[in-house]
Design a protein around this ligand. Structure first.
Ligand SMILES: [Cu+2]
Length: 159
């Protein structure tokens, strides 16, 4: 797992910059400012966001993500179903074309953490692992950050 080791080392390096937005790397994929929203009340779900920049010549796919303290982690998208915004799992994984940057953000693509074993509070960090079809696996420590005030009001509805 040479790739995974390199990815982990890059994460450590950037972690040294403290308050600055974190960046991680998995092969040709640069993962910019990963963050996860705090849980609200007793609702044990959350969502993680980041940008995925493919600097390589080959298309890649985010196949899955995992976090040990969640029952399920799914890659979701929001769809407009006759005027009602709904979330659903991205079929076949999230495509990241060569040279493209795919943004995971509130109201768009996100990584859904379902059935969390404990609440997430601002300022905590948690280990989130991403698995790419070509770039392999990367384990990141990502921060729990408050939702941005502007435009981030999209409510999350499950079930
Ligand atoms: Cu979702």
């Amino acid at each position: 797992m040479k790739m995974a080791w390199k990815a982990a080392a890059a994460g450590l390096m950037f972690a040294g910059f403290g308050a600055q937005a974190q960046e991680f790397k998995a092969g040709d994929i640069a993962i910019g400012h990963p963050w996860v929203r705090p849980t609200a009340g007793t609702t044990m779900i959350s969502a993680a966001y980041m940008t995925l920049k493919n600097g390589g010549k080959d298309a890649d796919t985010l196949k899955s993500a995992s976090y040990a303290d969640a029952e399920k982690v799914e890659v979701h998208e929001h769809i407009n179903d006759n005027g009602v915004m709904k979330m659903r799992q991205v079929q076949g994984g999230l495509a990241i074309p060569a040279g493209a940057t795919v943004e995971l953000k509130p109201g768009g693509y996100h990584i859904m953490l379902i059935g969390l074993k404990h609440a997430l509070a601002e300022g905590q960090t948690l280990p989130l692992k991403l698995s790419f079809a070509h770039a392999g696996d990367v384990e990141m420590q990502i921060k729990v950050e408050k939702m941005p005030a502007a435009g981030g009001g999209a409510q999350v509805h499950h079930n």
